[in-house]
Ligand binder design. Structure first.
Ligand code: AMP
Length: 289
């Protein structure tokens, strides 16, 4: 496995692979790898011949500087895990490599930026201003650097997945986007790099996935009223001592907020366990009953 921090080097490695007819697949991550990330590598493998893992803690997608500072950084462990999983190339650039004009999009340098569209407006986009602009910009840059045939994104970040699908369509990237299922631990907690920041043995965060399951069951039992589903979710999370940030039901593709469930719908939730913000989501099965 090759580890590189430089764009020109990565470009020439990938050009050589492409000239041998290899299909390039990319797994974008911010590092602090866990089993959820490794599942993405397994999902993309059958779709390509050469797997690139991108490790980049992107400062422009953090709306909260202390979240950026506290974010776990485990590069050595990450590269070891990538090698074990059979990744071909790890691309781990520094901030200056990706943002040669600096980070200030609005200052004197007025860097060129890509901005997210309407799917970024609610949910995490509303609660974390600028977050999805940072995401689409860095993913567009990544796609231009690597020019992959295929990229994989986890359903853990459901809104991000839909925002990126929209970007690829609107900017004609011609890159296949694959969705990977959300991976949970044995207790149901959605795996996340931020889980490392949770106190050991704390049961509160489990209330999120429990609330999602209860919502799913209520829909299976015939509930269609979104306000009642949201109420149920909030109550369950609050009673475990967490602070809900939002709980919304959206059209599963366009992410438009729903009041009644009458087709494929996604329940999207964010909540604070102390200082740590956790997100989760689930499909609300609608059997047409
Ligand atoms: P991150 O490093 O948090 O930016 O995540 C990188 C990629 O891994 C994103 O596409 C995430 O959606 C995906 N991912 C993170 N956690 C999980 C999980 N528990 N299950 C599936 N995919 C995940």
């Amino acid at each position: 496995m090759i580890v590189s921090t430089r764009i020109p080097e990565v470009r020439s490695i990938l050009n050589a692979q492409r000239s041998q007819g290899k299909r390039i697949g990319v797994v974008p991550t911010m590092g602090a790898l866990h089993e959820g990330h490794m599942s993405l590598v397994r999902v993309i493998k059958p779709h390509c011949d050469y797997v690139v893992l991108w490790l980049f803690l992107n400062p422009t997608q953090f709306n909260n500087p202390s979240d950026y500072e506290r974010y776990p950084r485990t590069l050595e462990r990450d590269t070891a895990l990538a090698a074990e999983e059979g990744v071909d190339l790890v691309f781990a650039p520094g901030v200056e490599e990706i943002y040669p004009a600096g980070l200030d999009a609005y200052g004197e340098k007025r860097s060129v930026r890509v901005y997210a569209g309407d799917r970024s407006r609610g949910y995490c986009g509303a609660k974390r201003p600028g977050h999805f602009d940072g995401v689409v910009h860095v993913v567009a840059a990544l796609f231009n650097i690597l020019q992959p045939d295929v990229a994989v994104f986890g359903e853990k970040d459901y809104q991000q997945l839909q925002v990126i699908r929209q970007m690829v369509e609107d900017l004609h990237f011609g890159i296949e986007i694959i969705a990977a299922p959300l991976i949970r631990d044995k207790n149901g907690l959605a795996l996340s790099s931020r889980n490392e920041l949770l106190g050991a043995g704390s049961a509160g965060p489990l209330s999120i996935s429990r609330a999602l399951r209860m919502a799913q069951e209520s829909v299976i039992a015939g509930e269609r009223d979104v306000s009642r589903i949201k109420e149920l979710v909030r109550r369950e999370i609050e009673s475990a001592g967490l602070k809900p940030d939002y709980a919304e039901v959206a059209d599963a593709e366009t992410l438009r907020a729903l009041e009644q469930i009458s087709g494929p719908a996604q329940l999207l939730v964010a909540a604070y366990a102390g200082e740590v913000r956790l997100i989760d989501n689930v499909r609300l099965d609608y059997a047409g009953r």
